[in-house]
Design a protein around this ligand. Structure first.
Ligand code: UD1
Ligand code: CA
Length: 460
């Protein structure tokens, strides 16, 4: 059932989060690299919300700053007088004919699918509650139904009778209802209860009194309704979220050696037959082409990797574009603005920064290439480095096609090594080198016949 009313989403985010033991407001702690409250906001946007209202507490400035990329309405709750009072702060700017969907800034794993069911359950003119059955309902408000199964009221843990405490269906707090009804009921709330708070949950009793039907919807998984109050719960929901993402990727065809040792803090796009080994971290936007394999302990951040390229264990790649059939690592580091064409080989303990490496070139061992443009089929010997920085400025190194650079060479930038040049091992190249020519700067080898190794003096 589709409810054709404009949707106003209200997100409660006024919690102090004392048990997080942090100076950061609770809703700004992250799951999968994004603030808790941002997960809820992106759900609201996906649902097509006409407007989103955030009810914030004393730490509002920080939260507003962190969410400045979104178009949000901010409502301050200066005193914490209960959930009903919190919702009331957002109501003045919500039109009567909107449907209000209430969410929580510290309940990040709720899914769009569940919320669509909740919204559909209002059928436009009833009150819809998201409820769940828990083996241990302690602490939650209980859903009280009559013998016919109709919802009668919600009773809070602290106000419940022994009989009511035995009820295993709980109030998740999330609900959907027309704004005009919500406004009318919230105006009637009082705080005559165990906690002297304005309970939002009392609107259920008013709905019954007004003859408004109450429907319920349920989440697919319990983690969807779980809140974060401490670092343990934060870690538990992080794993639940990661497992959810991993399952989706496996359903899309990814071979994942261990979904429990895999984290995506961003977005991963995969081709066919991609394989990822254990302990891999994906950050930002990462694209892996067909047949790409990623070894264990690899970090990939904002990279695009072409088909059939292999990234070997313990490599860290950031802001780089990599062609097809490349071999990277183990222990390689690609820093921002590195572009590798097809069939490039980057071996162990090689660092590349802000460089373009053309097709078929190899940098196999212990090298640093910074601010470099390299041609095709170049072979860079072990231990070769570009000296791109003089302590004040950075300079370019240009290497032509089919160049062979002997091991342990220093290229003092700015410098150009022309096509087909060969550099003798151990050279320090300070001037441009001609094409198709051997260049070397090496002190002539000498052997000193008269030299004797020092012997030990007797006292020692
Ligand atoms: C509330 C529900 C309870 C439900 C539970 C689910 C009420 C009266 N009770 O319980 O039925 O089972 O949530 O977790 O609604 N908040 C504010 N301002 C306030 C009070 C709360 O913004 O003045 C926010 C909190 O930051 C939190 C949320 O509302 O995000 C729920 O508050 P909390 O105190 O955890 O709710 P409970 O009373 O435990
Ligand atoms: Ca609570």
């Amino acid at each position: 059932m589709f409810v054709n009313l404009p949707l106003s989403v209200v997100v409660l985010a006024a919690g102090q989060g004392t048990r997080m033991k942090s100076i950061l407001p609770k809703v700004l702690h992250c799951i999968a690299g994004r603030p808790l409250v941002e997960h809820v906001i992106t759900d609201a946007l996906e649902l097509g919300a006409a407007d989103i209202h955030i009810v914030f507490g004393h730490e509002g400035e920080q939260v507003q700053k962190a969410l400045s990329a979104y178009d949000l309405n901010w409502a301050e709750q200066t005193e914490r007088l209960g959930t009903g009072h919190a919702v009331e702060q957002a109501l003045p700017t919500i039109p009567d004919d909107h449907l209000v969907l209430l969410l929580y800034g510290d309940v990040p794993l709720i899914t769009v699918q569940t919320l669509q069911r909740l919204v559909a359950a209002t059928a436009g003119d009833t009150l819809a509650l998201l409820t769940a059955k828990l083996t241990d309902p302690t602490g939650y408000g209980r859903i009280v139904r009559d013998t016919a199964g109709k919802v009668q009221c919600i009773v809070e843990q602290k106000d419940a009778s022994t009989e009511q405490l035995a009820i295993d269906e709980i109030n998740t707090g999330m609900l959907a209802v027309k704004a005009d009804m919500l406004k009318k009921w919230i105006a009637r709330l009082d705080n005559n209860n165990a906690q002297k708070e304005y309970y939002l949950t009392d609107i259920v009793g008013f709905a019954v009194a007004d003859g408004v039907a109450i429907n319920t919807a349920n989440p697919d998984e319990i983690c969807e309704i779980e809140g974060v109050n401490n670092k343990r719960q934060l870690a538990e929901l992080e794993r639940a979220f990661q497992l959810r993402q991993a399952r989706q990727l496996m359903d899309d065809g990814l071979t994942l050696r261990d979904p429990a040792r895999f984290d995506v803090r961003g977005e991963l796009m995969i081709g066919r037959d991609v394989e990822i080994d254990i302990n891999v971290l994906i950050e930002g936007r990462v694209e892996l082409g067909d047949g790409v394999t990623v070894g264990s302990n690899v970090v990939l951040k904002n990279v695009s990797i072409g088909a059939n390229t292999h990234i070997h264990a313990n490599s860290v790649l950031e802001e780089s574009v990599i062609g097809t059939q490349c071999d990277i690592g183990p222990f390689a580091r690609l820093r921002p603005q590195t572009n590798l064409a097809n069939n490039v080989k980057v071996g162990n303990f090689v660092e590349i920064k802000k460089s373009d490496i053309a097709e078929g070139s190899k940098i196999n061992h212990l090298s640093y290439m910074g601010d470099t443009t390299m041609g095709t089929n170049v072979n860079v010997g072990a231990g070769t480095i570009t000296c791109n920085y003089d302590g004040a400025n950075k300079y370019q190194t240009i290497i032509g096609d089919n160049v062979f650079i002997g091991s342990d060479t220093q290229l003092i930038a700015p410098v150009v090594v022309a096509d087909g040049a060969t550099i003798g091992a151990g050279s320090t190249i300070t001037r441009d080198t001609p094409a198709e020519t051997l260049t070397l700067s090496r002190v002539k080898q000498v052997s000193v016949k008269s030299w004797k190794r020092p012997g030990k003096t007797k006292e020692n």
